[in-house]
Design a protein around this ligand. Structure first.
Ligand code: DAH
Length: 369
């Protein structure tokens, strides 16, 4: 067949190919390596008489070039059209709804404890922790509160029934405990009602200078209300050195108040009584909501109940008897201690009106503070 006719027919089919797949079929038909028409024509050249071969070869190459160019152009056109169709069609949303990731956050009590320990760290206080299950000795005895001391009354203690006591009780009830070996009852255990036992534990372990702050969970047997819980947190501070005075205590707590509540907080000390400090005091900060006025634009300040002061902690100079107990020479070493409630501060910092909201762990509330 005439090569020009062959190319013309190919061009017609190329123009008629309506998509890339159809175009590929046309390409195979003419240029296919094995049995494409043009390929076969080129292959047949060897049988052509030599004097015709050059002209025929040139014609075949020209036909091949025309077909290839036409295919390339048609291919580009079809691809462009297909793309335009895809882009112009109705928008498709290929995304799956993502799995919701609930971001966690620290509990306000944890945040407050971190804030407290961070502030005391700026003044050289190391944060340490102690046991929640405590011996009578550390909780009371070593803190100058012997068994018959009236100060025990205010601690509403949750005692632990020891194995020995249980055995004794069972014996009395006619149980089989008589055959059990009954250990001597030397000490009772309790859920610590304050963090102060750590004063003794730390002093037993270290020699002065001592500077620690002890955050931790405490327990008391009492009815709950907006400001009382049976489980709560305290932070305890202890500093022992050769020349510490009440002025250092004041300075440290003053700085604490300013760093926690900002501005120019004032500190009020009033005499108080604790068996393990002498002298003892109660410390309050002037209210940061009403600036110590006791009133706001809405009337009586609710944050401080109109008093202008926020009571924060018990404190004092460590009692010489407590120092002697841990073999510190009270004529050489003195120090101060303080202990306050964490929830109290957390309530103030987050505007939480009821302590129970912290411990119910209802996310509907906790996510808002
Ligand atoms: N532990 C005392 C309480 O829970 C508070 C306290 C008072 C702690 C005086 C102290 C202190 O360190 O020096 O009532």
């Amino acid at each position: 067949m005439d090569l020009t006719d062959l190319a013309d027919r190919a061009l017609g089919e190329i123009a008629a190919a309506s998509d890339v797949a159809a175009l590929d079929v046309v390409r195979a038909r003419y240029l296919g390596r094995k049995d494409g028409s043009l390929t076969q024509a080129l292959r047949g050249l060897k049988d052509v008489p030599a004097d015709e071969r050059a002209a025929l070869g040139a014609a075949a190459n020209e036909a091949k070039a025309r077909i290839e160019t036409a295919i390339d152009e048609r291919h580009a056109l079809l691809r462009g059209a297909a793309l335009a169709r895809d882009l112009g069609g109705p928008a498709q949303d290929l995304s799956l709804p993502p799995r919701l990731i609930r971001l966690g956050r620290l509990h306000p009590i944890s945040r407050t404890i971190r804030e407290i320990t961070k502030i005391f760290a700026t003044m050289g206080f190391e944060a340490v922790e102690g046991p929640e299950l405590e011996w009578d000795y550390y909780a009371f005895e070593a803190l100058n509160i012997p068994a018959d001391h009236p100060a025990r009354d205010k601690f509403n203690t949750l005692w632990i029934e020891s194995a020995a006591e249980t055995a004794l009780a069972r014996t009395a009830a006619g149980g089989s405990a008589a055959s059990e070996r009954t250990p001597a009852v030397t000490q009772r255990m309790l859920l610590r009602p304050h963090t102060s036992p750590m004063q003794i534990r730390v002093m037993e372990e270290r020699r002065p200078p001592v500077r620690v702050v002890v955050p931790g969970r405490c327990y008391r047997f009492e009815a709950t209300d907006a400001s009382h819980e049976t489980v709560f947190f305290q932070y305890e501070g202890l500093a022992i050195d050769e020349q510490l005075t009440m002025a250092d205590l004041k300075g440290v707590l003053y700085s604490f108040a300013r760093q926690l509540f900002g501005g120019e907080r004032k500190v009020r000390f009033r005499p108080d009584y604790f068996p393990f400090t002498e002298p003892s005091a109660e410390i309050a900060f002037d209210c940061f909501v009403c600036d110590g006025e006791g009133v706001t634009n809405d009337g009586r300040c609710r944050t401080c109940s109109g008093s202008g002061w926020i009571e924060a902690a018990g404190c004092g100079m460590v009692h010489p008897k407590a120092l002697e107990r841990v073999d510190y020479d009270p004529t050489r070493f003195q120090g101060f201690a303080f202990g306050g409630g964490v929830e109290r501060l957390a309530m103030l910092l987050t505007g939480t009106p009821d302590i129970r909201l912290f411990h119910e762990n209802d996310l509907r509330y906790l996510e808002t503070v």
